[in-house]
Design a binder for this molecule. Structure first.
Ligand SMILES: Cc1ncc(COP(=O)(O)O)c(C=O)c1O
Length: 409
């Protein structure tokens, strides 16, 4: 095991910024007042929560009163769906995509059981939304269209602003999960027709366990967590003050780092991608390389298994993630790559590398150097690889056969 730590899994979570931790500390100890209290000891804390809300609103390009603090991106997503359905009880249809994060996708069977009709729009081979299918799916019965802004696995960006326009023209609420966009791509929500937006602090250097939902002013909205009057009656529960302060600080840092993210981090990601695809045969980049968030690459190393690559990377101190899911008990590779029609041999060997402003060129070069021997070693052991290329008969290489031919599960 290496004692190095090269962290290239920032779409899973990020390091909490030291500045955010420092800003949070007093609110765990001396400044413990309840922001809803009438006395100054609480009121002063409420002032700090207000500042944090302003900072998050500045990052999202909206008004502070449009920001509702939640416990995470998942809560924000569930709240958006709940609110759209509860405020429009006569509408029984939802439109979403086939490549959503589980925070949205796991609602689909549940909603179907409740009698809702759900249309899941497909994507093309680069992960771009099938626009015509989307437009055709919008009906007078549609309560909500909910789509990722950027895909967590590939980084591919959906044209959510145009999608929201199309929904607004038809009186349909539009929600986007922007968890992978916050801090990476500038947002100017006030200039859009988007109704609700989910973000999550731990994806942009705030701690885990804090999120927010943008709710456009004047929107029909009901809370998901019903309780006290916190968050202007839009989310019950005493505010998680230290984490809200931490997210405010992280939002401020994200704004300051936005240029670095879109220039230096983008260049590092591109260098990494080129280094790996130039030095290793039978690779493919999954996702539209021209329409991605700047920090993410998803690369398939064909004829081997992603989880095996991850284990070898971990021994070299590199943290990444894979699109296949054998260790989670499922034989299927990523639903995102499958929706894109990525061949099975490639989908199974996909690795997501996601960078942040804390990464350096030395780290990128170390990863570029570390990969080729790992891939060569795994291919030498793969029954679907012979010599310098794929074995002649790979016809059995499919999950449809019922047992996983690549990883042997
Ligand atoms: C696109 C997307 N949506 C939602 C979530 C869930 O966010 P949280 O972990 O804050 O619940 C994630 C986290 O991986 C994500 O990537």
């Amino acid at each position: 095991m290496s004692d190095k730590l090269i962290y290239f899994d920032n779409n899973a979570t990020t390091m909490t910024a030291p500045e955010a931790i420092e800003a949070m500390m007093p609110f765990f100890s001396l400044r413990y007042g309840n922001p809803s209290s009438m006395y100054p000891f609480g009121g002063e804390v409420a002032d700090e929560v207000k500042k944090a809300r302003e900072r998050v609103a500045a990052m999202m390009g909206c008004e502070p009163r449009e920001v509702v603090f939640t416990s995470c991106g998942t809560e924000s997503d569930n709240t958006a769906i709940w609110s759209a359905l509860r405020t429009q009880p006569d509408k029984r249809h939802i439109v979403t995509s086939r490549v959503e994060h589980p925070a949205i996708a796991s609602n689909v069977p549940f909603l179907k059981n409740l009698g809702y009709r759900v249309t899941e729009i497909g994507v093309d081979e680069k992960g771009n939304l099938l626009w015509e299918q989307f437009i055709e799916a919008l009906t007078p019965d549609t309560a909500l269209a909910t789509f990722l802004w950027a895909n967590n696995e590939t980084g591919v960006i959906f044209p959510v602003e145009e999608m929201a326009e199309a929904c607004a023209e038809r009186g349909i609420q539009f929600h986007t999960d922007a968890v992978q966009v916050a801090g990476k791509v500038p947002m100017n929500l006030s200039k859009t027709k988007i109704d609700m937006v989910s973000i999550s602090g731990h994806k942009f250097h705030a701690p885990k366990g804090i999120g927010a939902l943008y709710v456009r002013r004047g929107m029909k909205y009901v809370p998901y967590l019903v309780g006290g009057h916190q968050e202007n009656g839009r989310r019950g529960g005493t505010e998680n003050v230290p984490y809200i302060i931490g997210m405010g600080k992280a939002a401020e840092l994200a704004m300051a780092n936005m240029d670095d993210e879109n220039t230096r981090v983008r260049a590092l990601r591109d260098r990494l991608e080129k280094g790996l695809t130039d030095s290793i045969t039978y690779t493919r980049i999954n996702g539209d390389t021209l329409k991605r968030v700047p920090n993410t690459t998803n690369i398939s190393f064909e004829y081997i298994e992603g989880e095996a690559i991850l284990l070898h990377l971990a021994s070299a101190g590199i943290c990444a993630s894979s699109g296949s899911a054998c260790t989670s008990g499922s034989l299927e590779p990523s639903h995102v790559l499958r929706a894109m029609g990525v061949p099975f041999t490639a989908a199974h060997g996909s690795i997501r590398l996601s960078l942040s402003v804390h990464n350096t060129q030395e780290e990128v070069d170390y990863v570029i150097k570390t990969f080729p021997p790992i891939i060569a070693k795994l291919r030498a052991m793969s029954p679907f690889w012979k010599g310098d290329g794929p074995a002649e008969d790979n016809s059995m290489l499919t999950c449809e056969t019922g047992s996983c031919q690549v990883c042997g599960v």
